[in-house]
Design a binder for this molecule. Structure first.
Ligand SMILES: [Zn+2]
Length: 238
């Protein structure tokens, strides 16, 4: 019976369409694109933070440099006075000597500070370079992934369209009452046609009586399982 074969084809295409739709849903759910977007944004944020920190350090370095110039100026002024012979008061000379000592200490500390700022800045610059490389790589990968994602999605959509055409075509060839029976079983049981495997209904695993089995094999009419009411189908190629 051609109608039964049509029903069988219909179920196969409906099943396949379901698989394609599931794949499309899963693809949308994996949210790889979302994850990548977040990763790229995080890197950009990190880059931004590092650049700000570099700016802060460079500002600090500039201020320290001014302070250093000022201290050097003070020191040279004191030393000039100290060795000029103008000041003869011993107490005054002693005071100036100590003062120059303090300034020298300050200069020393400041220079050490500035050296450490320079080292920090070097480190930050290297980190920025690393982030930039990682960022570029990610952007490239992301672009490729989006293309790949679009390609797969388009292919699946195209396949789904083809399956829908098949389903429409097959359905239009099925007699109305048979199609209605198929639909109502499908609605109740999830799927309407059960293949017979080792004389069992694969839908409910009940043994099919011989007389029913012969009827199904003859393929002259639509035969339903006495237990689950599914339409029975006997496949010659397992
Ligand atoms: Zn059954």
């Amino acid at each position: 019976m051609e109608q039964l074969e049509l029903l069988w084809e219909l179920q196969k295409h409906e099943d396949y369409l379901k698989i394609i739709k599931k794949k499309l849903e899963d693809l949308a759910k994996t949210s790889y694109i979302e994850t990548m977007t977040i990763r790229i944004e995080t890197l950009e944020q990190g880059l931004n933070d590092k650049e700000k920190s570099l700016e802060r350090n460079s500002e600090l370095f500039r201020k320290n440099n001014l302070a250093l110039k000022d201290l050097n100026y003070q020191l040279s002024k004191i030393e000039k006075e100290l060795y000029s012979g103008v000041v003869t008061d011993l107490k005054q000379l002693d005071y100036m000597d100590k003062e120059s000592e303090v300034i020298r200490d300050d200069i020393n500390k400041l220079e050490i500070d500035m050296l450490s700022i320079m080292e920090d800045m070097d480190e930050i610059r290297q980190e920025i370079e690393k982030i930039k490389i990682e960022h570029d790589k990610n952007k490239e990968r992301f672009k490729e992934s989006i293309l790949e994602y679009e390609k797969i999605t388009n292919e699946l959509r195209e396949e789904a369209r083809k399956e829908m055409d098949f389903i429409y075509d097959i359905s239009s060839k099925i007699e109305k009452d048979i199609y209605e029976k198929y639909s109502s079983i499908k609605e109740n049981k999830g799927y309407a046609i059960a293949v017979i495997k080792e004389d069992e209904c694969s839908g409910c695993h009940v043994i099919i009586p011989i007389f029913l089995l012969d009827k199904v094999k003859a393929k002259e009419e639509i035969v339903q399982c006495e237990n689950c009411r599914r339409i029975l189908y006997y496949s010659t190629n397992p």
